[in-house]
Design a protein around this ligand. Structure first.
Ligand SMILES: [Zn+2]
Length: 394
């Protein structure tokens, strides 16, 4: 087989940004990617899941592509969906035009993470161009359209399909934008867990002038939230920051100043270290809340609903993180920090099946107005990915 024509990194990234693939819509972005991968000889599988138009079971298109059947099997994972652009009038350039200006590629998804996918495809193209298809092993891409949304019909289900079809890789790099400021800052070897608590306190409605005839749930809520905010859950660990709890909203919606409300609600989000699981935190919360209720005195009741977005996960520093770290250093002359900071990612699903680390572009503008990435960083990232492939298949 002749070596395929090299992939134009910038052209591919721009083509992808021009497809406004706001979750759960695909808008043709996977067609763009699949066409590029097919030209390189990848066997491509489209894996749609879900049936709704919106919500948690919205139909999502996913793509799994593999070149070669041998081992080691290296997988690159990422997502083509993007968050909404927000007020487009506030953007300096059209968020879905994929324009290049002042050395930057602009648009929704440039940083998070269409740019990184294009960088990986061009790296694979350059690697194969030099090696032909004669390399020991196989390269795959696990690309989902459901990372920024509910992540129900995305990576988790693609992985199940991969397990059923004997496609589980030996190692995986996720191309999320891991660098806070400069290419080479940071590799992520895990992430904190995330869970949200919805606390509803019920009392007895009444007249503010006759509080002895009522039971004010707002007073209970304040004391209960104080009880869970006041104490630290842990001090962190060798690879994790301390667990944090942030109250995100307190809702009563009472328009009358002479009425004690019947119910009050508070919502809080917890980012937790490996010192905890969602179960141990749920038990901690109930203990604190029960005690606060008892201290306030009889009456009132509460309900606590908990939604777990993900447990904490972690790949201990080892062969994969050193390999990626070496490649980052060779390209940028910087030693990246191995970190578990930031929000959760699809690596939480992949961790179950193989070692996984995350390394991508610079995340400074992700999810923001005027998302953009330096073209030189994209090119640097592609060179790092190529070095990773050369090391894995050496
Ligand atoms: Zn992302």
């Amino acid at each position: 087989m002749d070596a395929p024509a090299p992939i134009d990194l910038l052209a591919l990234a721009r083509d992808m940004i021009r497809r406004p693939s706001v979750t759960p819509r695909d808008a043709g972005v996977l067609d763009v990617l699949e066409a590029a991968l097919k030209r390189m000889g990848f066997a491509c599988h489209r894996l749609p899941f879900g049936s709704g138009d919106s919500g948690p079971d919205a139909r999502i298109d996913n793509l799994y592509a593999r070149l070669g059947r041998g081992k080691p099997h290296f997988c690159f994972a990422g997502h083509t969906d993007v968050v909404p652009p927000g007020d487009t009038a506030k953007w300096s350039l059209d968020p879905f035009a994929g324009e290049v200006k002042d050395g930057q590629l602009w648009g929704r998804g440039a940083a998070d993470m269409k740019g990184a996918i294009a960088a990986f495809v061009s790296a694979a193209g350059a690697f194969l161009g030099a090696k032909g298809q004669r390399f020991n092993g196989s390269i795959s891409l696990l690309i989902t359209g459901d990372e920024e949304g509910d992540a129900v019909n995305g990576t988790a289900k693609v992985l199940r399909w991969m397990e059923e079809n004997g496609e589980i890789p030996d190692m995986c790099v996720v191309g999320e934008p891991t660098n806070p400021e400069k290419l080479g800052d940071m590799i992520k070897i895990g992430r904190r867990g995330s869970m949200t608590g919805y606390l509803t306190v019920t009392g007895v409605q009444g007249h503010t002038a006759y509080p002895h005839l009522a039971d004010n749930p707002a007073h209970r809520l304040v004391r209960m939230l104080d009880a869970i905010v006041r104490e630290k859950l842990d001090e962190g660990s060798a690879h994790f920051q301390p667990t944090t709890l942030q109250v995100t909203t307190i809702d009563i919606g009472n328009p009358a100043n002479n009425v004690i409300p019947a119910a009050a609600r508070g919502v809080f989000n917890i980012r937790f270290s490996d010192k905890h699981s969602s179960k141990t935190i749920a038990a901690w919360l109930r203990e604190k809340l029960d005690r606060a209720m008892a201290e306030i005195g009889p009456g009132g009741s509460y309900a606590l609903d908990i939604k777990v977005s993900g447990e904490s996960f972690f790949t201990a520093p080892g062969p994969l993180s050193s390999l990626v770290s070496d490649c980052v250093k060779a390209e940028t002359n910087r030693v990246p920090e191995l970190s578990t900071t930031g929000g959760t990612s699809d690596a939480r699903f992949i961790r179950r099946v193989c070692p996984v680390v995350e390394f991508g572009g610079v995340g400074q503008t992700m999810h923001k107005i005027d998302e953009r990435v330096a073209v030189s960083d994209l090119e640097g990232l592609a060179r790092i990915y190529r070095r990773i492939l050369e090391r894995v298949f050496a």
